[in-house]
Design a protein around this ligand. Structure first.
Ligand SMILES: *Cc1c(COP(=O)(O)O)cnc(C)c1O
Length: 427
């Protein structure tokens, strides 16, 4: 049996942790089978408890953009840990990382650190509501903004994977303030704005969607949203938890040339430790406690370990911006190779790529949640498990983007393409 120890560890975990995991997608429910348990990772590779090696395409769902156990990050954390892991009292490193992040990202004056992308997005929405004195928000079907109540309204990612678009426990009262539009469909947004005139505080979206696979904003979509927001005094929130410090130094705002009003971060910004953040211009951020009336807090927010990891990561990216081009080149190479491999199959497929995000869909075209959901999940399952056996670790769901890390070599990419070729030939 290939995954003997993982299987035993999973059985033991299930006795004490619901479903054996601390975040649902890890359980492999949408691809079937049992998860592997990771023992350690270095660079582009992860090593499981059965001593199998994998080329990793999830990079902890994004943070490990420079590869696993990146030495400057690891060393910073070790040094900081020896000095005490949390004080609940201000530290210099919080200012250091804030200053650095603000220097990298366009259009933000102040930033507040939290502990996850979920916290960042829920706090951004509260701030938008407080600032505009309006209650409703518009989100897009298939975009994921964490697991807080306002967003679990037909959410993508985990919720879709598990076929329960509206989670029990989210009240009708909360649901009525979240309006759902379709990605890449400006008309659906206009209709919601017209039907709820003067009531919409914010439009929140992933400027490049990564939680229904990778879905790219079409020409004019983000610009159109920017225009509608300006016209109707609505704040535009870019959820850059995935795209921030990944598509470019300045994230999707820089990469796509569109300014948001509030930006949220997570993943890369923590270098693999639990960090989220939200940022905006002064006028908006001064509404936040203790300066302003909108309350938001966190006992462990800005803790020195997380800040040390995040600082080391951002510092490296800031000093070595060629990383982003290198990642884009590698992803384009992978795209081309996969396309060739997949052309040998009769199964309809499409590959969406932007920057270092890429996803394979077993359907003709994917531009929004509906088209993503057309994907043939039986083929995806076979593809996923085939690749896993070949030592390629892909996201265990068709509704997730793959994330490249810069430790991947062209040889790794070639091995991945060969594996894909072999797997699809067995279809
Ligand atoms: C991962 C993710 C989140 C949630 O972040 P957590 O740290 O998992 O709470 C929010 N938005 C987007 C776009 C994400 O990809």
């Amino acid at each position: 049996m290939l995954y003997k120890r993982s299987s035993a560890l999973f059985a033991e975990a299930k006795k004490y942790i619901p479903g054996g995991v601390n975040s649902p997608v890890r359980a492999f429910n949408s691809v079937g089978g049992e998860p592997i348990f990771v023992k350690q990772a270095k660079g582009a590779y992860i090593y499981d408890e059965d001593d199998r090696t994998y080329i990793d395409y999830i990079a902890s769902w994004g943070p490990m953009i420079l590869g696993h156990a990146f030495e400057p990050v690891v060393n910073s954390v070790i040094e900081k840990a020896a000095l005490g892991t949390s004080f609940g009292i201000p530290t210099k490193i919080e200012t250091d990382i804030a200053k650095l992040a603000i220097s990298m990202v366009p259009n933000i004056d102040k930033i507040r650190f939290v502990n996850s992308g979920t916290e960042a997005c829920m706090s951004a929405v509260r701030l938008a509501r407080g600032f505009t004195s309006k209650d409703k928000i518009i989100k897009f079907a298939g975009c994921y903004h964490g697991h807080s109540d306002s967003f679990l309204i037909q959410a993508g990612s985990g919720a879709v994977t598990f076929g329960s678009p509206n989670s029990p426990g989210v009240t009708q009262g909360t649901a009525k303030d979240t309006l759902l539009a379709n990605y890449n469909d400006l008309e659906s947004v206009k209709q919601l704005i017209d039907a709820n005139a003067g009531e919409i505080a914010a439009i929140i979206l992933e400027p490049v969607a990564g939680n229904m696979g990778c879905v790219i904003p079409q020409e004019g979509f983000l610009k159109g949203l920017r225009g509608l927001c300006d016209q109707h005094e609505i704040l535009l929130i870019f959820d850059e938890v995935m795209t921030g410090f990944r598509l470019a130094k300045g994230g999707a705002q820089e990469f796509l040339g569109i300014d948001a009003d509030i930006v949220t971060f997570g993943k890369v910004i923590g270098g693999g430790l639990p960090v989220g953040a939200f940022a905006a211009r002064d006028e908006i951020m001064s509404f936040l406690a203790p300066l302003g009336p909108v309350y938001q807090a966190g006992t462990l927010s800005g803790n020195p370990l997380a800040m040390a990891a995040g600082f080391a990561m951002l510092n490296h990216l800031s000093q070595n911006p060629e990383v982003f081009q290198s990642l884009t080149d590698k992803t384009a190479y992978l795209h081309k190779g996969l396309q060739q491999a997949l052309s040998k199959t009769q199964v309809p497929n499409t590959i969406n790529t932007i920057g270092s995000m890429i996803s394979v869909h077993f359907t003709e075209e994917v531009v929004d949640f509906k088209t993503a959901a057309n994907g043939n999940n039986e083929y995806f399952k076979k593809f996923f498990h085939g690749m896993l056996r070949e030592g390629i670790y892909l996201p265990p769901s068709a509704f997730e983007s793959w994330f490249l890390n810069d430790a991947l070599s062209y040889q790794d990419l070639d091995r991945t393409i060969e594996a894909a070729s072999k797997v699809v030939n067995s279809f």
